[in-house]
Design a protein around this ligand. Sequence first.
Ligand SMILES: [Ca+2]
Ligand SMILES: [Ca+2]
Length: 438
Amino acid sequence: MVAAMHATGKIDKIEPSFWYVGMKNPELQLMVYGENIASSDVSVRYPGVSLSSVIKLESPNYLLVYLTLDKDVKAGKVELTFTQKNKKNIKYYELKQRSKKGCERIGFDASDVLYMLMPDRFANGNQNNDNNKTLSPATTDRQDPNARHGGDLAGIQNHLDYFNNLGVTALWFTPVLENSMNGGSYHGYATTNYYKVDSRLGTNDEYKGLIDKAHEKGLKIVMDMIFNHCGSEHPWLIDMPSHDWFNFPDYEKNFVQTNFKLTPHIDPYASDYDFKTMNDGWFVRTMPDLNQRNPHVLRYLIQNSFWWIEYAGIDGIRMDTYPYADFDAMAKWMKELNEEYPNFNVVGESWNTEPAYTAYWQKDSKLAAPRNSNLKTVMDFSFFDKMNQAKNEESNEDGKGLNRIYNSFVYDFLYPNPLSVMAFLDNHDTNRFFGRWE
Ligand SMILES: [Ca+2]
Ligand SMILES: [Ca+2]
């Protein structure tokens, strides 16, 4: 029975699980997961779809299949044949019709007021999904601040009228994708599946259903995404597709953490060492740093963002830890997204309280020229900082009290588009603006 131990050819999953016809980019990457899947030969049969390349990685348990889709290819099921030792395994890969054209996807803008919430902590609308033996941690514990508390998408959906009454027009949730991670992953920033909503929050269908309901009530939904890192329980870290899938991949012997100092991006005198540590170091041990310079990693991430726009109908993306990911790769993502969805909006988190720093990251900034981030919206960490200092400071002196706010806004001249600078008072990473009850 030795032969049975090799080359099972079993396919565990293909990501994305389906795709759409009529996208501007004719290329489609399929990431195929399965034990020894790399030793398969692949062929494709479908009008208007051709095989462009098949990439084997270092691990035998992944295979990248690149397809080219003709402009006029029709929705339907593409026959994919994986052959190992004359044994054929046929999969029918679905290409769907898009429900809207790319230009019809309208993002949030300066007229919107966003309400930020953490789905695990907002409202528990379905107690049946609180505990899940297939995920870590398997149970909830409301006495433990680091544990899951049972909140979910159903809880958010039950409160849509509440948001209408508050007068907000858009909701930004902390990430909803699966975080099957021990420890404090209730926040959602340690992704273990880029194509699946965490089952403790709900299903993919529930997420889409919630967005449809929110739209009926005039509310937009902004999806939080993270391209810089995933969670350490992601299959990619457990069985690395290739060593250049991650930065500093030799983490067991030589763990390198980011220095969290984002200024080497703009400092003309920054050392390569500081830049590399910032850019390639891991956020924390449980959040391995993805190498977006690897074109396969980048294509995966780009497609993932497009898939959620098409599938769930989100109205915007908030990109976490923006400057920690590779500048050129992120700029390529933004360029492609802006071409496919010219009226969509993405806001990037670049945490530095100097307006010049934030302005550098905005699309068409002369400060970054000749490079261009192509990122439409940036977050006003300067306003956040000055507001939180000013609130407890009664003074008419220049540079103190509310003058701090004015002195921050005068730097609007640095931004190519001052209307796309998102002001905020606090967020999930900061103390509450109104303080804490002790
Ligand atoms: Ca629940
Ligand atoms: Ca990084």
